[in-house]
Ligand binder design. Structure first.
Ligand SMILES: [Zn+2]
Length: 136
């Protein structure tokens, strides 16, 4: 399992801009990049529509848009290295629902809009394991 995710500052800024734009609803998106021996390297951000019935409290990425993002990554020679969503009122830790519904083995980034912190977790088997998030 990856132990670190490297996120360029320009992508981090784009992620925060998306989170602010969608507030008070949660935002959701995918991140494409490369896996290297020392961790995952993010290269492109794919904002996705949040189609959860209650988007202020939950997120659900539009599956058609997610599929298109995955295809776009493939066309660019990238793979899915992370998923992100926001908690407009914090905290930057995964909710019970977040850990229960996590379907991918990639890191999940959570942006706490209130507190301004961004953290990354692996969410295997209903557990949350924080990993190193390096911004460069
Ligand atoms: Zn959440």
């Amino acid at each position: 399992m990856p132990t670190a995710l490297h996120l360029p500052r320009v992508l981090e800024n784009a992620l925060w801009a998306h989170a602010r734009r969608d507030a008070p609803a949660e935002c959701v998106g995918a991140i494409g990049g490369h896996e290297r021996p020392d961790g995952l390297y993010a290269h492109a951000l794919y904002p996705l529509p949040n189609i959860a019935p209650d988007p202020v409290r939950h997120y659900l990425a539009d599956p058609g848009h997610l599929l298109r993002a995955l295809r776009a990554m493939q066309a660019e020679g990238l793979s899915l290295v992370a998923l992100y969503h926001s908690h407009p009122n914090g905290p930057a830790t995964p909710s019970r629902t977040d850990t229960q519904l996590a379907a991918y083995s990639v890191p999940y980034l959570i942006a706490d809009l209130r507190g301004g912190s961004l953290l990354a977790y692996l969410l295997p088997d209903g557990r949350a394991v924080e990993i190193v998030l390096g911004t460069t």
